[in-house]
Design a protein around this ligand. Structure first.
Ligand code: FAD
Ligand code: UDP
Length: 368
């Protein structure tokens, strides 16, 4: 008899198992249908010895000291610079858009005041941007929008930016100084020994049993438990009774090259060339020194049978479907829906950790 059956060994599931076992002495059975823990943050060494992120690049960042300190019990941190370039018109551009990009664009040196004044002329005046096209043209105007955002977004989401929430493209910073970091959070660090090692330490507790290659439906038949924590796709839990939620999937293509570095930054985005959106070389941020390197090309894919759901679709029509599932989820007795796919939110790792810690606080009071 377990106190909790936890479906999914990613951030949502692992944080809850760790808290419930270590703080309240609860017995937790964690199942995952994949053959590894860590969820989408899983990393591993490939045949060349390069530490890779199996499901796309995972840049840990947060503004929350509490979340960083919580995870810090299970890992040391290595400071990391998440440096991204954009390749278009046959050359690299500084990205996200900053003063260096502006100088490349106008072909001479400039300063923050000139950049701000110029963007003021280029921008389309929109007070409250309602979608991902409006949010970018309102900041930088149409030309830079078309150069860096429109086609990348169409490739990634198979939708025009005008059909996606403002928060999608709006999460990319635009700066008039020389700060060229991809994200602005206060803490930007990587777990020193990788994500999987951090998850191993979180799940090490004697009150936690992990069963891999085990689907929720199998686990339900195998074990008795009092409360379910579900971190998989919410529509799947309800047998898609309101129809399938839209997701985006990806295909990752790895290639090892016999030289120390392949590209000048951890990530190069390809808004206007190729079928892939970006090439990753995570060795730039994992701290490995090796004479070879492995890169990963990321190809957006439609979601469907045999493919993984990686992104919920942040758009009004998808949200309307999700709302129906959310109502069903709220009515389920003794079940918690936690995490990116279970709550259909385009959340980063730290946000999912925050959500799981908040759920722990609720559960703490619920069960004697
Ligand atoms: P997941 O990690 O998806 O874990 C859920 C687990 O549940 C999975 O392992 C799945 O196999 C399992 N599962 C689902 N259904 C079942 C079932 N029926 N039975 C058994 N097991 C089941 N975040 C950042 O902060 N920084 C980044 O740079 C970043 N980059 C990303 C890049 C990509 C390409 C993607 C896809 C995501 C990225 N993220 C990033 C987001 C990050 O991956 C998530 O926020 C986080 O991993 C979500 O954790 P989770 O536990 O909610 O879900
Ligand atoms: N985006 C873009 N051009 C870029 C990078 C991002 O248009 O060069 C848009 C695109 O819609 C993308 C979103 O901004 O899906 C968020 O980008 P981010 O790199 O944060 O996406 P993730 O790492 O979550 O895939």
């Amino acid at each position: 008899m377990f106190d909790y059956l936890i479906v999914g060994a990613g951030f949502a599931g692992a944080v809850l198992a760790e808290r419930l076992a270590s703080q309240l002495g609860r017995r937790c059975l964690v199942v995952d249908r994949r053959d590894h823990i860590g969820g989408n943050a899983y990393d591993f060494h490939d045949r060349a010895g390069v530490l890779l992120h199996r499901y796309g690049p995972h840049y840990f960042r947060t503004n929350s000291e509490r979340i960083r300190d919580y995870l810090g019990q299970f890992t040391a941190w290595t400071p990391a610079a998440y440096k991204v370039l954009s390749w278009t018109d046959g050359r690299y551009w500084q990205f996200p858009i900053n003063l260096n990009t502006f100088e490349q664009f106008i072909g001479r040196s400039s300063n923050g005041e000139e950049m701000a004044a110029t963007l003021e002329k280029w921008r389309v005046p929109i007070d409250e941007p309602r979608n991902s096209e409006e949010v970018i043209v309102a900041r930088v105007g149409r030309e830079l929008y078309e150069k860096f955002f429109r086609n990348y977004t169409r490739k990634q989401w198979r939708r025009d930016p005008s059909e996606l929430d403002a928060s999608v493209c709006g999460r990319i910073p635009i700066r008039t100084d020389r700060d060229d970091r991809y994200v602005s959070d206060r803490f930007q660090e990587m777990p020193r020994d990788g994500y999987t090692a951090m998850f191993e330490r979180m799940l090490e507790h004697p009150g936690i049993e992990v069963r891999l290659k085990t689907d929720y439906r199998e686990a339900r038949a195998q074990a008795a438990y009092r409360h379910l924590i579900y971190t998989g796709p919410v529509d799947e839990y309800f047998d898609a009774c309101y129809g399938p939620l839209p997701y985006r999937s990806l295909r990752f293509e790895a290639e090892t090259v016999e030289r120390e570095w392949f590209q000048p930054a951890v990530q190069v985005n390809y808004p206007n060339d190729h079928e892939y959106t970006r090439i990753l070389e995570v060795k730039h941020i994992t701290g490995q020194t090796l004479p070879v390197t492995t890169i990963v090309r990321e190809y957006p894919q439609d979601y469907g049978p045999g493919r993984e759901a990686y992104y919920p679709l942040p758009a009004p029509d998808a949200r309307a479907i999700y709302k129906k599932y959310e109502t069903l989820a709220a009515a389920e007795k003794n079940v918690s829906f936690v995490g990116r796919m279970a709550t259909y939110r385009y959340y980063n790792m730290d946000q999912v950790v925050g959500m799981a810690l908040a759920e722990f606080e609720r559960l703490k009071d619920d069960m004697p």
